[in-house]
Every structure is written in C-alpha cells, then in structure tokens.
Design a protein around this ligand. Structure first.
Ligand SMILES: *Cc1c(COP(=O)(O)O)cnc(C)c1O
Length: 233
C-alpha cells in the first residue's frame, strides 16, 4: 500500500514537472502552452502504471509496438487517445487502424496505401504524420527528405488518411542543445511544404531530454516517456 502511494505520487509529480516545463518553454518564445500536446510514451510500462498517469491527467498515450499496445488498450480502454509512434510494418496496418487515433510514423507510400485500404474497410479516417529521417547515418527509419513532397502529395490523395504534419527523432545527444538544428530543420521543411500546397499544421518532435528545445522551435506534439514514467527496464 505504501509502495503504491509512493509510485503514484512519483508519476504525478513527474507529470506536473513536465507540464511546468512545457509551459515555461512555450512562454519563453511567446507561444500559447495550449498549442503543445503531450504524448505520454508508455512503451514497456505496465498497465497499472499507465492508469496512474491517466488518473494524474494524461490524455494521450504513445506506443511503439502494435501487439504490446493491443493488450494495454484491451485492458485500459479509451478514456484516452492512443497514438502509434514506432516503426509500422504494412502487415500490422489492419490492427493499427483499429487501435490508434493517430500514427506519427508514416515513412512510405506503400505503407500509407495499405493503411488507407484498411481504414476504408473499417470506415474510419486515420490522422497521420510523416516521419522524416534528418540524420540518415544515425537512424534507419523515416522518409528521406528528397521523397517528402511526393509522399505528402500521395497521402493527400488517400481519402481515409488525414495528413496532419511531420515527425522526427534526432540521434541521442547528451546535450539537448545539439538537437536544436534538427528541430529547426523539421519546422523549415514543414513551412516549405505548406507553401507548396500541402495543408498540415503539426510538428511531432522532442523527447524527455530535449522537449523544451523542441517547443521553442515549434513542436505541437512532444513525446515524453522517461521523464514521466522513469527509466525503462
Ligand atoms: C521511446 C520514444 C520516445 C520517448 O523517449 P523518452 O526519452 O523516454 O522520453 C519518443 N519518441 C519515440 C519515437 C520513441 O520511440
């Protein structure tokens, strides 16, 4: 009982620290903190601890693995919105469409087309973002910058997907300031694409160690795991 209470207050306290930092970062650059949505990243976190986060006020959960998420969603249900943020394989598209309200990590047109086909079958519209690979040597997932416009135009033609924005994940740096150029690059790409006729407004960028920097550079979704749930096992 005591342990449970300690745990509970840890998540609650962590969450309020994160929310405070979001507010400060937004205010620093004159943004409305309400523009920044927090995705609590719950990969490897057990359902009971996710429940604590929900009770503390979390309203969007981010998961990286379809099967792991499916179990949790069955148990927890949908008092919250579930987002998929990991690498998605086409053969999981059917489940992804059923489970998630938003997918942050579209990286190819074949994947988008398969999601669209499945979304059409279940008569749903799925909100998606394109994951951009800005650091080719350091990460393997995400669409190549050169393919972005084609991919975005392709997605816009799909009636059951709604393109909402761009997502990226820089390589890990000990110093969060080193992520800043990647976040500036993603914002600049989005602005350029909007000028060229792609309608979208979201930027999914920033994790536990650097979400304040990402907010200063325009993030509308930050994906925060460790700073809320503690280190993953
Ligand atoms: C795990 C993960 C996060 C959260 O990372 P933390 O450093 O724990 O905040 C964010 N985005 C993606 C895509 C992830 O896989």
């Amino acid at each position: 009982m005591t342990d449970f209470k300690l745990n509970m207050s840890a998540i609650k306290e962590n969450l309020s620290r994160v929310l405070e930092k979001i507010e400060k970062a937004a205010q620093k650059v004159g943004r409305n903190p309400g523009e920044v949505k927090l995705v609590a990243v719950s990969k490897t976190v057990e359902a009971s601890r996710i429940q604590e986060a929900i009770e503390a006020g979390v309203s969007i959960l981010g998961e990286n693995y379809v099967q792991e998420a499916q179990k949790k969603i069955e148990e927890i249900g949908r008092p919250v919105s579930w987002h998929f943020i990991g690498h998605l394989q086409s053969n999981k598209a059917k489940h992804a469409v059923r489970l998630f309200d938003m997918i942050h990590s579209i990286d190819s047109l074949p994947l988008a087309e398969e999601l669209n086909r499945r979304a059409e079958q279940s008569n749903r519209i799925i909100r998606v973002m394109i994951e951009v690979n800005l650091s080719q040597e350091a990460t393997k997932f995400g669409a190549d910058e050169k393919m972005l416009m084609n991919l975005a135009r392709g997605i816009q033609r799909l009636n059951h997907l709604s393109l909402e924005g761009l997502m990226t994940m820089p390589p890990y740096f000990d110093s969060p300031e080193l992520s800043r150029p990647y976040y500036i690059a993603l914002r600049t790409l989005k602005e350029r694409m909007v000028k060229e006729g792609i309608t979208m407004k979201e930027l999914s960028m920033g994790m536990s160690n650097d979400f304040d920097i990402a907010i200063e550079e325009g993030a509308t979704y930050v994906r925060v795991g460790t700073a809320i749930f503690g280190p993953r096992k």
